[in-house]
Design a protein around this ligand. Structure first.
Ligand code: NAD
Ligand code: LMR
Length: 333
């Protein structure tokens, strides 16, 4: 009897501390199902849904779902964005254009860099201490863009900035389970690097199936899983539903960690010491989360010869993508 009561008290106290979640781009292909999944999460007590169009409509719809959290939609009125952000503990940014067949994620840079920069400016002003989760592509560049925006305002906390790469491990575990005939929930696959093409590096040698690191077709499928969806959608966009699931999982992990749960680990693209000596300031690896955001960046660990080659191929593109984001903010503050 005693222990559960204590647990309940701890839960409700910390729930008050960290429960407002804001989605920027909430009316989009990712934004809508992501917002719905967040509404289903009992750890979220307040949901703020902002978009340049359609935020209040999505909010009205989702607000009828009979869970306890409040939901409010915001338009780009002079104060709409700031109100959506104020008091937020987690801000997710899926705002931006998706790919069409034949495009790389880097082809989205010209449109999405300024969208993310401007939203980051607003977040740095209104909720500088919130965890900022970037979904908008190219993640390898949009995350450094946010860092530069926060640095320029003197509010950069590298422990609070995350590129969402969860979908890469979701895909990897699913694809492996299809090959091995297993339950994906039992397949934890580490994926490191960045979030585009060859910068995505699955480490099957560290999984239950080390033989799979030699399976070039599977490695390619994980690296180009996004293209598979873009092609199938045939001009109507990229992954939205699986991405919403992955984004909701990442937000839930942060909420659990912030409420005191130990050992919550997610892969995520963060300001990382792992390869800074090679000029790579951001890198996705397994990260232990805590009440302050990033608790501990876990090492990449042992890799085999196939994976070493993949890592080397990753570094070149990743470095360029990061530098492009930094240069963009320097030229367009
Ligand atoms: P979408 O076009 O369906 O939705 C984007 C939404 O952003 C739209 O509702 C639009 O009105 C809104 N928007 C545009 N500019 C805005 C601004 N300044 N402020 C607020 N909202 C704004 O696109 P989508 O399919 O939801 O994809 C969104 C982004 O997510 C794309 O860049 C896509 O490449 C990326 N993505 C990333 C991952 C990942 O793993 N990180 C996975 C899938 C998609
Ligand atoms: C994905 O991995 O599905 C996303 O990054 C969207 C895309 O452009 O592939």
């Amino acid at each position: 009897m005693f222990a559960p009561r204590i647990q309940r008290r701890m839960f409700s106290a910390s729930t008050r501390n960290l429960s407002k979640v804001t989605v920027l781009g909430a009316a989009g292909g990712i934004g809508q199902p992501l917002s719905l999944l967040l509404k289903m999460n009992p750890r979220v007590t307040e949901l703020a849904l902002y978009d340049i169009r359609g935020g209040p409509g999505v909010a009205a719809d989702i607000s009828h779902v009979n869970t306890k959290s409040t939901v409010k939609g915001y338009n780009p009125t002079p104060t709409g964005l700031a109100q959506a952000l104020k008091g937020s503990d987690i801000i997710l940014i899926p705002a931006g254009v998706p790919r069409k067949p034949g495009m790389t994620r880097d082809d989205l840079f010209n449109t999405n860099a300024s969208i993310v920069r401007d939203l980051a400016k607003a977040a740095a002003e209104a909720a500088p201490e919130a965890n900022l989760l970037i979904i908008a592509n190219p993640v390898n560049s949009t995350v450094p863009i946010c860092a530069e925006v926060y640095k320029a305002r003197g509010v950069y906390n590298p422990k609070r900035l995350f590129g969402v790469t969860t979908l890469d491990v979701v895909r990897a575990s699913r694809f492996v389970s299809e090959i091995k005939g297993t339950d994906p929930k039992d397949e934890e696959i580490t994926v490191v690097g960045g979030h585009s093409g060859v910068t995505i590096v699955p480490l099957f040698s560290q999984s239950k199936h080390p033989d799979l690191s030699a399976n070039a077709e599977l490695v390619n499928r994980v690296q180009f899983g996004g293209d598979e969806v873009v092609k199938a959608k045939d001009g109507a966009g990229s992954a939205t539903l699986s991405m919403a699931m992955a984004g909701a999982r990442m937000a839930d992990s942060l909420l659990r960690a912030s409420q005191g749960e130990k050992g919550v680990v997610e892969p995520t693209f963060v300001d990382s010491p792992l390869y800074k000596d090679q000029g790579i300031d951001f890198f996705s690896s397994r990260v232990e989360l805590g009440p302050n955001g990033v608790e501990k960046i876990l090492p990449v660990g042992e890799v085999d010869a196939h994976e070493q080659k993949l890592l080397e191929a990753c570094f070149g593109d990743l470095k360029k993508n990061i530098e492009k984001g930094v240069a963009f903010v320097a030229a367009n503050p």
